[in-house]
Unconditional design. Structure first.
Ligand code: SF4
Length: 62
């Protein structure tokens, strides 16, 4: 359970540091829409890849 909390905090930190004011996402959203921007986050950004990796760990720990 402690590890789960640690993972969630790590995800929060990454989102706060890199994603909250991300200009790439804002620009993609504006030009191509929300779905395209989300898809870039998951498959085209190393930060997104790291978040996905942590998210997968949360699912495994359920
Ligand atoms: S995952 Fe990458 S592109 Fe998406 S919001 Fe975060 S830093 Fe920006």
């Amino acid at each position: 359970m402690i590890n789960r909390k640690k993972i969630l905090m790590e995800v929060g930190d990454i989102l706060d540091t890199y994603c909250t004011d991300c200009l790439v996402k804002q620009s993609l959203r504006k030009d191509y829409g929300k779905t395209h921007a989300q898809s870039f986050c998951i498959s085209g950004c190393t930060v997104g890849a790291e978040i996905k990796k942590l998210g997968d760990q949360l699912v495994e720990r359920k």
